[in-house]
Design a protein around this ligand. Structure first.
Ligand code: GBH
Length: 480
C-alpha cells in the first residue's frame, strides 16, 4: 500500500500524541541542591573516553532550570502528553527512602504542575537508566534486593505525585539495562564486563520482579484513589526473516522472543514465565556450560503468578528493523544462534544502527496484537537522529513514514495503539554518543550557556499531524 491509500485515514479521536525525554539526558544539575551521584555521573566523570565526544550530562540541556521552557515547547507543538523520567538519585541521593531530597521532590512537583497548567498530561518513567551509585555498589540490578529498593522508590513517587500523574511507566527498556552489565565496549553505564557470569540474566530477573512489585503496590495502595494506569516500556527491533525459508522465519521468531519476549511473555502472555524457546536455549546453555548456576531458570510458580498481568499497557520503544537467519550469535542476542544484519543500502539516521524501515513497526504492532490478545500499546519512543540540522528532512521523511504505519496498524489492522511519542522533544545527551547524534524536534545550542532552543522544520510537520490527525500527503506538506 502506498501513501495515497492512507490519505483519508485518521487517527481516532482519543489517540494521544506527545514527546519523550529522560532525566540524565536533559536535566543537568548533576550535583544541584542535594542530588546524589548516579552511575552515569560516575561513568562519564571517571571514563570520559567511553563517550564519543568525551562529554557528559553535567549540564546537558539545563532542563533542571529550564523546565518551563521545555513545557512551552511541548505545548507549542500541540503535545497531548509529555513523557519524562525521574532521576532516582535526585529524589533519593543514596537510593533508599531513609534520606529524601526535598529539593528533588519539589523540582518534579513543579514540572508536573507546569504541565497540568498547560493542559499536558504527565507520563512518568520511574527509571530510565540513571541508577544511584550507592545501589550500583551493591551490585546494581544483579542484586535481587534491588527490587525492594525500587519498590520503595516507586511507592514514594506514587505518594508524592500520584494525585496528579495518571500514567506511570516503571522501567525504560529493561533489556538494555540488563545488557549494560555484559560488555564494556558498546554499552552503557555501569560499563561492566560480566557477561561470563550471566550478569545480564540476573538483572533480567530482578527487573521483572521490581516491575511487578511496583505494579502491585500501586494497585493495592494507590489505585483506588488515584485511578491511574501503570505499564512498562520495552524496546525491540522488528526481526524480519532474511529470505522466505522456514529456517529464517524461525530465526526471526526466536529473535523477537529472545529480545522482546523475555519481558513481554512473563507479563502479557496467558501462560506467563519466559518464552518456551528462551527457556529451552537457557537449558541447553546450562547443560553445555557445566556451571551449577543456571543463567535463566523458569521464574517458578509463585513469581509466574506475581508477574503475569502486571501492566495496563505495553510501552513500546521502536526505531528500526534487523534481518535474521541461522548462524553465529550477534552480541545483541548472545545466546541465540541467529545472525542479524542490516541492509546498508537503506537510507538511515546518523546513528549507525538506525535505518528507516517503516513497515517494520506495523508488523511489530501486529505481532504484539496476535501474540498477546491485542493489549493496549503506548508507543513511548520512535525517532530519528542526525547532526542537528535545522532543516531536518531526514527526520521528516522518517516520522511521516513511521507514523503512517502506526495509522495503518491502528485503523486498518485494529491494533490497540493508545498513543505515540516522538523521541525526542529536544536534542540531548545521547549516552555513549554524547552530543554527536541529535534526536530533537527542537535544536539545542550546546555552546550557548543558555542552551537556547530553536524549532526545527519537523516541528511544523508534527504540529500538522497532531491537529489534522492525518499524515499529510507529500504535496500538502508544509515544511517551512
Ligand atoms: C532509546 O533506546 C532510549 O530509551 C533513549 O534514551 C535513547 O536516547 C534513544 O533510544 C535513542 O538511542 O546496533 O546492535 O549496536 C534505544 C535503544 C540503542 C537499541 C542502540 C539499539 C544499538 C544496538 N537502542 N542500540 S546495535
Amino acid at each position: 500500500m502506498d501513501s495515497s491509500d492512507t490519505k483519508d485515514l485518521r487517527f481516532p479521536e482519543n489517540f494521544l500524541f506527545g514527546v519523550a525525554t529522560a532525566s540524565y539526558q536533559i536535566e543537568g544539575g548533576w550535583d544541584a541542591d542535594g542530588k546524589g551521584e548516579n552511575i552515569w555521573d560516575r561513568c562519564t566523570h571517571e571514563h570520559p573516553e567511553f563517550i564519543a565526544d568525551r562529554s557528559n550530562g553535567d549540564i546537558a540541556c539545563d532542563s533542571y532550570n529550564q523546565y518551563k521552557e521545555d513545557v512551552r515547547l511541548a505545548k507549542d507543538l500541540g503535545s497531548h502528553f509529555y513523557r519524562f523520567s525521574i532521576s532516582w538519585a535526585r529524589v533519593l541521593p543514596y537510593g533508599t527512602i531513609d534520606k529524601i531530597n526535598e529539593a528533588g521532590i519539589q523540582y518534579y512537583s513543579n514540572l508536573i504542575n507546569e504541565l497540568l497548567a498547560n493542559n499536558i498530561e504527565p507520563v512518568v518513567t520511574i527509571f530510565h537508566w540513571d541508577l544511584p551509585q550507592k545501589l550500583q555498589e551493591l551490585g546494581g540490578w544483579t542484586n535481587p534486593n534491588l527490587a525492594y529498593f525500587f519498590q520503595d522508590y516507586a511507592e514514594l513517587l506514587f505518594e508524592k505525585f500520584g494525585d496528579r500523574v495518571k500514567w506511570w511507566i516503571t522501567l525504560n527498556e529493561p533489556g538494555h539495562i540488563a545488557r549494560s552489565y555484559t560488555t564494556k565496549d558498546l554499552l552503557l553505564a555501569p560499563c561492566l564486563d560480566l557477561r561470563h557470569l550471566g550478569a545480564d540474566y540476573m538483572a533480567v530477573q530482578t527487573l521483572l520482579k521490581a516491575h511487578a512489585m511496583a505494579y502491585h503496590v500501586y494497585r493495592k495502595q494507590f489505585w483506588k484513589l488515584q485511578r491511574g494506569k501503570i505499564g512498562i516500556t520495552l524496546h525491540t527491533f522488528w526481526y524480519e526473516p532474511l529470505t522466505n525459508s522456514k529456517e529464517d522465519a524461525e530465526s526471526a521468531e526466536s529473535a523477537i522472543q529472545y529480545d522482546l519476549g523475555i519481558f513481554s511473555h512473563p507479563i502479557f502472555s496467558e501462560q506467563g514465565d519466559f518464552p518456551p524457546i528462551v527457556l529451552k536455549i537457557m537449558e541447553d546453555h546450562r547443560k553445555s556450560s557445566k556451571l551449577s548456576l543456571p543463567f535463566l531458570p523458569s521464574l517458578g510458580e509463585e513469581w509466574i503468578q506475581k508477574i503475569k498481568g502486571t501492566a495496563d499497557f505495553l510501552g513500546l520503544n521502536h526505531y528500526t528493523t534487523r534481518w535474521a537467519q541461522p548462524g553465529n550469535p550477534d552480541w545483541w542476542l548472545p545466546d541465540l544462534n541467529v545472525t542479524l544484519s542490516i541492509d546498508e543500502k537503506i537510507p538511515g539516521a546518523k546513528s549507525v544502527w538506525l535505518k528507516t524501515v517503516p513497515w517494520g513497526l506495523r508488523k511489530l504492532l501486529n505481532w504484539i496484537k496476535n501474540s498477546y490478545k491485542n493489549p493496549p500499546v503506548f508507543i513511548s519512543e520512535n525517532g530519528f537522529s542526525d547532526s542537528g540540522e535545522l532543516h531536518d528532512v531526514g527526520r521528516i521523511d522518517y516520522m511521516k513514514k513511521y507514523m503512517r504505519e502506526v495509522l495503518k496498524a491502528t485503523v486498518l489492522d485494529d491494533c490497540q495503539v493508545l498513543a505515540y511519542a516522538v523521541w525526542s522533544l529536544i536534542d540531548n545527551f545521547e549516552w555513549l554518543q554524547g552530543y554527536t547524534e541529535k534526536f530533537g524536534l527542537y535544536h539545542v545550542d550546546f555552546n550557548d550557556p543558555k542552551r537556547t532552543r530553536r524549532a526545527k522544520t519537523s516541528v511544523n510537520v508534527i504540529k500538522q499531524i497532531i491537529t489534522s490527525r492525518q499524515i499529510p500527503q507529500d504535496k500538502d506538506l508544509i515544511e517551512n
